[in-house]
Design a protein around this ligand. Structure first.
Ligand code: ADP
Ligand code: MG
Length: 256
């Protein structure tokens, strides 16, 4: 079954159409890079998958279910943003635990009468701490969990954001230019970490970038987007060696 499937997604802002009938499928366990220049509509498409933005046309299917209108929290989709979006007043551990705490909270709200029967607060805290440790350890964050974002480097903050995204075992993992705020040295090590996290989650991963090197080295398949249309989708080799048309060839030849 398909992890993520987009059918005929269209979106306009005012008179400007930014997405033209986009079709795309990402299988569970697959790493697909959405590659295109700035302004071509990549982030808009990601926001539609995450449920932060509604499409004008088309359908979003996750795990085979049509969830086009579903609330973001009902999609089992995790998204990592370019600017990390961590809570400055919380520690790394608390930031990572936010999605877990929200889930607990909504469970309690749904069954207030059963609240007294649920495990005690200490047991809940212990379970959350175990989940946080499980995702923090492979990211090299174990010794940094008590720090607040201001006490972490850019690369460490990015890893906290990644940990927070995967802690709920998402079936779809969205990354929107996650390396663009890192320096060159950190970028290459973080590339490997992201592929590693993807492998461990088995999620359908959609990775947005304008950087060809990232797309071609990290992804199982690359979808090339220009001006709101996906012009080609194939393995890095297919896309690089046989561009589907002159626009794709021009973009690959002149990424700037
Ligand atoms: P990318 O992520 O590929 O750089 P975006 O999806 O952010 O592209 O933007 C695609 C186009 O849509 C751009 O021209 C951008 O200015 C426009 N756009 C994005 N969001 C909005 C919005 N909320 N209102 C109006 N225009 C928008
Ligand atoms: Mg963008």
């Amino acid at each position: 079954m398909t992890g993520l499937e987009l059918r005929g997604i269209g979106k306009a802002f005012g008179q400007t159409t930014v997405l033209h009938k986009v079709d795309l499928a990402v299988r569970p366990g697959e790493f697909l890079a959405l590659l295109g220049p700035s302004g071509c509509g990549k982030s808009t498409l990601m926001r539609i998958v995450a449920g932060i933005e509604a499409p004008d046309h088309g359908q979003v299917l996750i795990g085979g279910s049509e969830l086009t209108q579903a609330h973001p929290a009902a999609r089992n989709v995790a998204m990592v943003f370019q600017n990390y979006a961590l809570y400055p007043h919380l520690t790394a551990a608390q930031n990572i635990a936010v999605p877990l705490a929200m889930r607990r909270l909504s469970a309690w709200q749904r069954m207030p009468l059963l609240g007294g029967l649920l495990p005690g607060a200490r047991a809940i805290r212990r379970a959350i701490a175990q989940d946080v440790a499980r995702v923090a350890e492979p990211l090299g964050l174990a010794h940094l969990l008590a720090r607040k974002p201001a006490q972490l480097s850019g690369g460490q903050r990015q890893r906290v954001a990644l940990a927070r995204a995967v802690v709920r075992d998402p079936s779809v993992f969205l990354l929107d230019e996650p390396l663009s705020n890192l320096d060159a040295a950190l970028r290459s090590s973080t590339r490997r970490e992201i592929v590693e996290i993807h492998r461990r989650t088995g999620a359908a991963t959609l990775y947005v970038t304008h950087d060809q090197a990232e797309a071609l080295t990290m992804a199982d398949r690359v979808a090339v987007m220009l001006a709101g249309r996906i012009l080609q989708c194939g393995t890095p080799r297919e896309v690089y060696e046989q561009p589907a048309d002159i626009r794709v060839a021009r973009f690959l030849g002149d990424p700037a």
